[in-house]
Write a protein that binds this ligand. Sequence first.
Ligand code: 5SP
Length: 223
Amino acid sequence: MRTIRIAPSLLSANFGRLAQAAKEAEEAGAEYLHFDVMDGRFVPNITMGPAALQALRPVSSAFFDVHLMIVEPERYLEDFRRAGADGITVHVEACTHLQRTLAHIRSLGAKAGVALNPATPPEVLEYVLEDLDLVLVMTVNPGFGGQEFLPTMLPKIEQVHQLVTHVAHPIAIEVDGGIDVHTAPQTVARGANVLVAGTAIYHHPEGVSAGVRALRRSVEGLR
Ligand SMILES: O=C(CO)[C@@H](O)[C@H](O)COP(=O)(O)O
């Protein structure tokens, strides 16, 4: 039976009470906490840096899943690892030397991830599969929360699943963008096993806990 992990995206939380938002997600059973790091260059938005992780590390034992939407991500790997990152994901479109960057992440003792923008084909992963622990299939164009899920990404999730099943070590498939109780089951059916959700969790009308539970229930039969 596959394990499906939930990764609430703090981007949709109230930045004035991030610690509370992190605790609520963990208490609701979310295994991951997703940090969207944006630099105003790779994407048109600016969010948080290592200081946010450092502040939250003492209040959460969840897996800190850091999604770097920044140019030259290799310059900041140590900083994020030191601040408490358990996994660091870089965009293939932002890396000149992708294999070197992934090896660097692992050398720091963190899990190494690669994110693919919607227009990027999965074939770019072919020669770095041995260096990877996670593939993040963006199901919206990165930059903002609250966007609509792109159904054209469903066949890509399936393609990534086919690529990673032949690798000897486990590689997680994470999906991010417009993930809710309707879209999550479609992605899990194609092989996704880590669900990033901002709006569906932090803007759930009945609260964070209800948001996490609803998402988990939506994929239960599919494990
Ligand atoms: O990386 C990103 C956006 O670039 C995501 O993590 C979003 O923050 C997810 O938000 P929702 O689409 O779930 O509202």
